[in-house]
Design a binder for this molecule. Structure first.
Ligand SMILES: [Fe+2]
Ligand SMILES: [Fe+2]
Length: 396
């Protein structure tokens, strides 16, 4: 799961002692925005400490009709044959230790010193993006929870033997290496304020996210398809930047993560492709619904205990460095529409389905047009102090 560029102006938070949420900006920053997080101005309830920080109104639960649960059950043999092979056996997986100084070796100190010297050559704003990506990965419990909300595919026991359950656990286990690797690298680099970062992770996991997937696996797998591709793009770009700064080891490290994301994208897009095959009308309507609500970014509720606009600041830096941009959002949508051959759907669509098809097929172009107009109007970007890099100032 991944990064983020988007924000919706709509929400004001109120504080709760333990996990209060960042107040989101009062005006839309369309320069970096497109996917809204929560789509209506909200009434916010103050919660007890350690309960979810606020009630998000209009959360829809269980939008998939009950009979379709059977359909997911009937897809289990298919998932076993087509999805599980996309997991890698643990023994052939890379591990974070493969890319980090070995603490049991004689040369550990020298290896750490070299890593730190190399890290000095990278600019502060690069670290803001790398930290934001790492924090996003570290909120993995939230993403596993989200997938396990989905009707018909959730892991019912914690050790379910259905292919859906097996996939979700093994996917989580693969993803877990991403946060571990980035976290350890950043710790050793000496360039970042680990305590502030750790607080941000704790806040974020305590807060959760609002993906608007409604316990509905159609929506859920569209969401994960989008997110795996988004993270593939962003980790690929942090790799490219590291290489441009001459840091080949860091480039390799980010590149390894990106390659996992790509494999995960393949799996989730394959599931949605199958849904288009067995239920084109339901799937196209789900895609339109998800895009209409906009894909919220997994870390959209991040907070470090100080900066109420932290996510926007991180997103703005990611946008400016071209690690993940509003254009990428449109590109991902266009890619998925092509991948699922949405424009070619002819049979099995109702009138609503046709409308959804038209909407989705024209959406990437519309987003780009709005984006260009917003760029034309964009004011001079400001700066922000980011706690992750010891409150140093970065351009947004
Ligand atoms: Fe991922
Ligand atoms: Fe990941």
């Amino acid at each position: 799961m991944g990064v983020s560029v988007m924000m919706n102006p709509a929400i004001q938070s109120q504080r709760c002692p333990a996990f209060h949420l960042p107040r989101l900006p009062s005006s839309g920053c369309f320069k970096v925005s497109m996917a809204s997080t929560l789509h209506s101005p909200s009434k916010v309830a103050v919660k007890k400490p350690f309960s979810p920080p606020r009630e998000i109104p209009f959360q829809v639960k269980h939008s998939m009709p009950e009979e379709k649960i059977e359909m997911f059950k009937s897809l289990e043999p298919w998932a076993e044959r087509n999805i599980l092979p996309l997991l890698k056996p643990v023994e052939s997986c890379w591990q974070p230790q493969d890319f980090l100084p070995n603490p049991a070796s004689e040369g550990f100190d020298d290896q750490v010193e070299e890593l730190r010297q190399r890290a000095k050559e990278l600019p502060d704003d690069y670290f803001v993006v790398l930290v934001g990506d790492m924090i996003t990965e570290e909120a993995l419990p939230t993403y596993q929870t989200m997938i396990n909300t989905l009707d018909g595919v959730r892991d019912e026991t914690g050790a379910s033997t259905t292919p859906w359950g097996i996939w979700t656990r093994a996917w989580t286990a693969e993803e877990n290496r991403h946060g571990d690797l980035l976290n350890k690298y950043l710790y050793l680099s000496g360039r970042v304020d680990m305590r502030q970062i750790e607080k941000t992770i704790q806040y974020l996991i305590g807060t959760g996210m609002n993906p608007k997937t409604e316990n509905n696996p159609y929506l859920g797998f569209i969401f994960t398809s989008f997110q795996e591709r988004a993270t593939f793009i962003s980790h690929g770009n942090t790799a490219r930047h590291a290489k441009e700064h001459g840091n080949l080891k860091l480039a390799q490290l980010c590149g390894m993560i990106a390659s996992d994301e790509k494999r995960h994208e393949t799996a989730y897009t394959k599931i949605v492709e199958k849904l288009f095959e067995v239920d084109p009308d339901g799937t196209i309507q789900a895609l339109a619904d998800m895009m209409q609500k906009k894909i919220s970014m997994p870390a959209h509720l991040m907070y470090d205990g100080r900066n109420e606009n932290l996510f926007d600041h991180f997103s703005a830096v990611a946008q400016r460095l071209q690690v993940y941009t509003a254009k990428d959002y449109a590109d991902i949508l266009e890619f998925l529409v092509g991948r699922w051959k949405v424009a070619d759907l002819t049979t099995g669509l109702t009138g609503e389905g046709r409308k959804a098809q038209d909407y989705v097929c024209g959406l990437a172009t519309r987003i780009r047009r709005i984006q260009e107009r917003a760029e034309g109007r964009a004011k001079e970007a400001g700066t922000a102090r980011i706690s992750w890099i010891f409150d140093k100032e970065v351009k947004l």
